[in-house]
Design a protein around this ligand. Structure first.
Ligand SMILES: NC(=O)c1ccc[n+]([C@@H]2O[C@H](COP(=O)([O-])OP(=O)(O)OC[C@H]3O[C@@H](n4cnc5c(N)ncnc54)[C@H](O)[C@@H]3O)[C@@H](O)[C@H]2O)c1
Length: 272
């Protein structure tokens, strides 16, 4: 029997990139999936966000593993929408909720006017997700595991003094505070809470003209300063590398791991 058989996982930002990789990995390990994604554009984000077709592709990939999936469009900034998507999902999947992956995020790094949008999605959205999800988790009484997808930008001071970039660093650090608070509060219910901190991951968030030219600019500005590269000889990680870490965190192999900030970063943070 697969490690996660009988479990239900709720994943935000699941239409593509890391969110899709988490959905497919957890499904291939036996979990049924509740997937949400905005599937629409946010004005301050200069690269395309996911589409309904992307979410449909995630559904297909999850179903190919044999798992069930309930997918819907929902904005993590909208607490009621998250609550409705989650309720509909748990009702269809047997009234369970064991795993939450708060993954949805935006990175409008070069946008001067993006502070508020980044805080709304990457910080308030994470708070909405955990606050809405912990209530059914506690009620169902099976314990569980919550994982926040932060960033190396949630552990060290990287970026540029531009609204979108400062907001990204603030939100990704802020998630650690939320994670630590809920790890303490939810321990009494055997619910573990941890954050994962990836270095650059090969997804549409960085594989686009806007982010590429921003990263080149930051690298040029810091010439003679700290090396921005990873320690291990790899330019960007793959979404599956992060999904493997998430799987470990939500599995019984990590049953006494809570309140931890886990870099999956090819040694990036250790080099700073
Ligand atoms: N790609 C990287 O280099 C990298 C590095 C470290 C951390 N991260 C973080 O990993 C997470 C996943 O990003 P990714 O790399 O897969 O990028 P991505 O852009 O491919 O995926 C992010 C997903 O979130 C969705 N989304 C955005 N705003 C939303 C909202 N308000 N409500 C619901 N869904 C929303 C998008 O539509 C998209 O499908 C993000 O939190 C990101 O900040 C990414």
């Amino acid at each position: 029997m697969a490690e996660l058989t009988g479990k239900v996982a709720f994943i935000t930002g699941a239409a593509r990139g890391q969110g899709r990789a988490h959905a497919v990995k957890l499904a291939s390990e036996g979990a049924d999936i509740i997937a949400v994604d905005l599937c629409a554009q946010i004005d301050s984000v200069p690269y395309p966000l996911a589409t309904p077709d992307d979410l449909a592709a995630t559904v297909e990939l999850v179903e190919e593993t044999g798992a069930r999936i309930v997918a819907s469009q929902a904005d993590v900034r909208d607490r009621d929408a998250v609550k409705t998507a989650l309720r509909e999902g748990t009702e269809k999947l047997g009234n369970r909720l064991d795993i939450v992956v708060a993954n949805a995020g935006i990175a409008p790094m070069a946008a001067a006017d993006a502070w508020q949008d980044v805080i709304d999605v990457n910080l308030t959205g994470v708070y909405n997700t955990v606050d809405v999800a912990m209530k059914p988790m506690i009620k169902f009484g099976n314990g569980g595991s919550i994982v926040f997808i932060s960033s190396v930008a949630g552990l060290v001071g990287i970026g540029a003094p531009v609204g979108g970039s400062v907001g990204y660093a603030a939100a990704k650090h802020g998630m650690v505070g939320i994670m630590r608070l809920y790890a303490n509060f939810l321990a009494q219910y055997s619910i573990r809470v941890n954050s994962v901190h990836p270095a650059g991951v090969n997804t549409p968030m960085i594989d686009n003209d806007f982010t590429r030219s921003w990263l080149e600019g930051v690298a040029q500005d810091s010439q003679g300063g700290p090396d921005m590269g990873n320690a291990l000889p790899v330019q960007a990680l793959e979404p599956e590398d992060i999904a493997n870490a998430v799987f470990w965190l939500v599995s019984d192999a990590a049953r006494y791991v809570t309140g931890v900030t886990l870099p999956v970063d090819a040694g990036y943070v250790n080099k700073r």
